[in-house]
Design a binder for this molecule. Sequence first.
Ligand code: FES
Ligand SMILES: [Fe+2]
Length: 329
Amino acid sequence: MNALTRNRINTKIGQWQNDLDEGNYYQTWYPIHLARELKQGQLVGKEFLGTRIILYRDASGKPVVQSAYCPHVGADLACGELIDGAVRCAYHHWRFGADGRCTDIPSGDKIPAGARIYNYPAAEKWGLIWAFHGETPTFAVPEIPEVDEADFIGIAGERGERPIDHWLSTSNAFDFQHLRALHGLPAQAEPKEIEITAHSLEYGRGGNGPFRHHGKVTGTNTFAHCVNSPAGEHFMLVSSAALAPGKSLSFYVVGVRKSATDKMTPRALHDHLAQLEANAMKLYTEDEPVLFSIRFRGPAEGNWVGADRHLASYFRYLREFPQARPFDT
Ligand code: FES
Ligand SMILES: [Fe+2]
């Protein structure tokens, strides 16, 4: 894309595009649905990556995520039904298996070689259904630092659609000035160093002291942390799916180490988790008026200072992150 085209898009969208070429999306794991809201036998249609997808559970309960448009003449398969584990298109009743292949054409015609729908790599973790943008995942589904899913108990929720790109939400986690200024969090939250790999940014690993904050971004869109303070240990994960340019769908997970709740009554655990969820909602509520109205100025356009160095690291990382055009767009 030349500078003129990019500038035109910037003006149109009114946001800094961060080198994401038109029609492309980052190749990361996106949370797309609350796991508890995808029941066996249910067929759900959703907007995702500038197109549409369907999702359901296969016979073993594993999530299946596929492109929504029927390869026959293009009906949205979400209008169809799940029958004997196959998706039946509403329009002419062609059926597709969990591997995406067409298995039946009622007219008796030979099944065309191209009659298959695209399967997104899919997973279920932390109470969320995830889909990877790409043929094969290049890294694992995001972890929450210092806790295994088997030893985690918490709440997963959907914050809803946001009129911003997901990278803006994620950048918020590296904007340490705002943690103090906007959220009033303690200065100890700021790390000295950030470890950067091709698919993650991480800080606060292996630290000690009365207040520990171990945070990690996985891919471009998932921030998770473990916080240890005199008040106890807790975990949070926030992540968003890219729906279209300038539009995302946000999810959160909050919780504690299950093995540390042995002595808690169910009521006390419920109240504790509800408080963690309320704290997360407070952060969203404080951020949203700013993030939803910002005209983001990146490191090249804004007046960034030394205190923005971690934010700058995130944007350098983002610039290198693989991106691709989604299937059927
Ligand atoms: S459009 Fe789906 S079967 Fe014809
Ligand atoms: Fe924030």
